[in-house]
Design a protein around this ligand. Sequence first.
Ligand SMILES: Nc1ncnc2c1ncn2[C@@H]1O[C@H](COP(=O)(O)OP(=O)(O)O)[C@@H](O)[C@H]1O
Ligand SMILES: [Mg+2]
Length: 252
Amino acid sequence: MLRMADISRERCRTGIEGLDHILNGGIPRGNTVLITGSCGTGKTTLSLEFLVHGALWGERSMYISVTEAPEKLVENMINYEFFDKKLITEKKLILVDLQEIYVKLGLEKLEFTLEDVNILVSQIVKMVKELGVRRLVIDSITSICYRLTSKEQIREFILHLGKELSDLGCTTLLVSELLPSSPGYSQYGVEEAIADGIILLGNMERRGDLLRTLQVIKMRGTTHSRAKYVLDLTSIGVLLAPMLKGGSVEVR
Ligand SMILES: Nc1ncnc2c1ncn2[C@@H]1O[C@H](COP(=O)(O)OP(=O)(O)O)[C@@H](O)[C@H]1O
Ligand SMILES: [Mg+2]
């Protein structure tokens, strides 16, 4: 049975069938969702697939990359059966190097002031508005938060960004990098409290195998399963299967 929360909000289908199923149709449009997990858990891969599906369906998609050069990302995407290079040449999928934005805005510094943060948010919002971006990924938000000097600033930054993007109807994934041993769902503990949703990716050892896992911790605007799923990265995209119980040890 669908509850009120499920029918009242328009959905942004991720195109990852298993995930859309877990979310009862997709991410409520305009949500800001944290994709969190340690290194190698599949955050970048899942986020890119979300954008590629959107672009194929005619929703302009933008990937703001902090840690990896856009050219390298394209190389990785070529492995996908559903990827078409035309998405990039026709600017349906736009790859942006944050380093270049920093240079343009004079933000090549280790620590940002509140003013710097506001300049950065304005620039991102401006690009989204002018280009009509419907899906945005920032990979990673952690590397931006690293330049902020207090939890208060991080809170302000994510709240401000999330509000502006939501008003534009842009659905956003913020990639969050966790240290393998860190408690909670985000590096600074603030990000997880503010985000509309949290999708946790992890590793789990099972009878000598290291499995990738996915769990939706929260998602405002929809009911969803909170069960843990096994995540498989394949050439046809992310596949999710229910986790069989027993014999597993969690390793983040
Ligand atoms: N289509 C695929 N099939 C198999 N393995 C993949 C595929 N795409 C990515 N991988 C592997 O998955 C790993 C994790 O990917 P990535 O998304 O970069 O993780 P994260 O962003 O969480 O660090 C990488 O080691 C990569 O080689
Ligand atoms: Mg990554």
